[in-house]
Design a protein around this ligand. Sequence first.
Ligand code: ZN
Ligand code: ZN
Ligand code: ZN
Length: 466
Amino acid sequence: MEASVCPIDAQFSGQISTLLSPPPLPQVQEYFEALVTERQCHLKVKTDGKHGKGVYSEVDFQGDDLVLRDQMLVGAQHSSNKIDCLVCSFCFQFIGSIELQIGRKLYLEELGVSAIDECGSSDDMGCSSSSEKTCIPQDSIQSLMNGSLQLPYSENFPLPSVVPCPGGCKEAYYCSKSCAEADWDSFHSLLCIGHGSSSPNTEALSKFIKHANETNDIFILAAKVISFTILRYRKLKAAHVEQEGKHDTSNACDSCIFPLLLEAWKPVSMGFKRRWWECIALPEDVDSCEEAEFRMQIKNLAFESLQLLKEAIYDRECAPLFSLDIYGHIIGMFELNNLDLVVASPVEDYFLYIDDLPVSQKKKAEKITKIFLDALGEDYSISCQGTAFFPLQSCMNHSCIPNAKAFKREEDRDGGATIVALQSIAKGEEITISYIDEDLPYEERQKLLADYGFICRCPKCVDEAS
Ligand SMILES: [Zn+2]
Ligand SMILES: [Zn+2]
Ligand SMILES: [Zn+2]
């Protein structure tokens, strides 16, 4: 297979290597100090030459204490999960109503629509594909979706009303106007396929999204990072041009373009990165003698995706962002730092609530709810699932005997990351989490951690190695 050649990589090699080199230490300190203040947490990010960044506690924590609520820099729901849950495209909390969540899922399942092929054939009506599940009449599903059928006790599980995308794409929905605006400003205006999109080529954009859904939806996340940087660049440029007192706001002087782009890229520059095709773990079914071929295929896949994205949202002044090297590093950043995005389903809570009712009330409620629960089958409790990058959490180092962990509490109903203490942590101690299942045997742990590019020397590993 031929190697992918991206002309941008050659033309902008100097700028690309500047974008990919770690920012100067004072800048890193300043960035994370601002972030810690914003998050109102009692932590400090320290950087040393040897191990990179680490997060340290500034107070004493007790076991179960909340250490950090981190907001994502960028995140996305998995394409395949979009059938199961309707969530805000910005904060990822469930929206609509219990009825809409249930009705929409049953409706989409019956249509045979898979998120992978949105325009898949709809002649597969009926329940042939899910033979073990109960069939429900179409009009019951419709009345759930349009709100004419209210399920018993659903008023105890209120969800925010659905706000559609301002660009009119019918793909992104929100919990509020503020989430819709924030997403539009930061990511979505360039990636929307609706009539209001700022993308010069929404047809190409649709092709890019289809390709990502069919191959690897991590490309959607990478596109969000690029869109985020371009939109930040344009805002910085507008402010800069205004400051210079120029009337024609379309032109910044050439020498200002790259420094502004570098500034726009800053939040992304803070994340640890390696090239995706170099850092990705070799799948079990790939023989080690085929490793080079496998890595080349991954690289080519990224190249294919990037070409589609470039056609859709290319901006000449941000050209280096469309190099294969940058694209590969962005995806690699997700591979190395990603935390699964999980939001528990209120539909699960609802059915558990019904099940817990006193017998007489339960019987009465189940006359209405049972048919839907049966139709949903085992999938009734599927949570919102995706991938996200969290700027502070991603600075936390690994330990096989961690003192903290990512854990969603009852009140954590959006896509934020919650880190809680597993034991008491003294002021000044490093906060560690486990990147892997720390109960695995030593050899297996080291093998998994090798994918993150290090050999673990935590006390447990040191002990078990000797
Ligand atoms: Zn929201
Ligand atoms: Zn849209
Ligand atoms: Zn270890």
